[in-house]
Design a protein around this ligand. Structure first.
Ligand SMILES: CC(C)(COP(=O)(O)OP(=O)(O)OC[C@H]1O[C@@H](n2cnc3c(N)ncnc32)[C@H](O)[C@@H]1OP(=O)(O)O)[C@@H](O)C(=O)NCCC(=O)NCCS
Length: 172
């Protein structure tokens, strides 16, 4: 299977924050944003592997800045690395106040998607080819993040997480 460039699946999703999307403070509800992030991530994942995909996990999500009613939300979704049947997607969320003409970073997160075959079983995905310095940095860190999330999910023994351990235990 040929590899695919990160730029081929890069996706941007935009939404206007309407009253029905907000909480009691007039800001975008976190749950609505997570829903949109899941959709943006799935678009990037499906574009990368050209197959139906399922959300396998969502890493830590912290909301730095609230997005206000009437502002535009831009969600940038980029596949950082593909493994065997799974892909890590980086999401960057930016708010935009069009009246006062400024943008602000809201949050970022990593999602993992798994490609499925017609029997809904995990199927192999193409390798990802990073090109820009940002894509290469995201690619390089993906293995460690994967090991950490698999440990937290109880699917990997800490002793087997070699890349992660190398961060803490210097080579002799
Ligand atoms: C995600 C899912 C398809 C994985 O299936 P599985 O039978 O556990 O398959 P495997 O153990 O072979 O794992 C398949 C891949 O998923 C990855 N994976 C499984 N659990 C994961 C987790 N918690 N976090 C990150 N990746 C995970 C594995 O590392 C593997 O990746 P790889 O092939 O690239 O190495 C399955 O757990 C599932 O269907 N979960 C429900 C998903 C869902 O309903 N999502 C919508 C939200 S409700």
């Amino acid at each position: 299977m040929d590899g695919k460039r990160a730029s081929e699946s890069f996706s941007v999703m935009k939404e206007l924050v309407l009253p029905n999307d907000t909480n009691g403070f007039g800001n975008l509800m976190g749950g609505r944003l997570m829903y949109w992030m899941d959709i943006a991530a799935s678009m990037a994942a499906m574009k990368h592997c050209n197959a139906p995909c399922m959300t396998a996990s969502v890493d830590n999500l912290s909301f730095k800045n609230p997005i206000k009613l009437g502002n535009i939300v831009s969600i940038e979704a980029r596949v950082t690395r593909a493994f065997n049947t799974s892909m890590e997607i980086h999401l960057k969320v930016i708010g935009e106040d069009t009246l006062h003409q400024y943008q602000y970073e809201s949050n970022e997160a990593y999602f993992t998607f798994v490609a499925l075959d017609p029997n809904r079983k995990p199927r192999p995905v193409p390798a990802l080819i990073p090109e820009t310095p940002e894509e290469i940095a995201l690619y390089d860190g993906a293995l460690r993040r994967r090991q950490l999330r698999l440990i937290l999910a109880g699917k990997l023994k800490p002793d087997d997480a070699n890349e992660l351990k190398a961060l803490f235990v210097p080579n002799k």
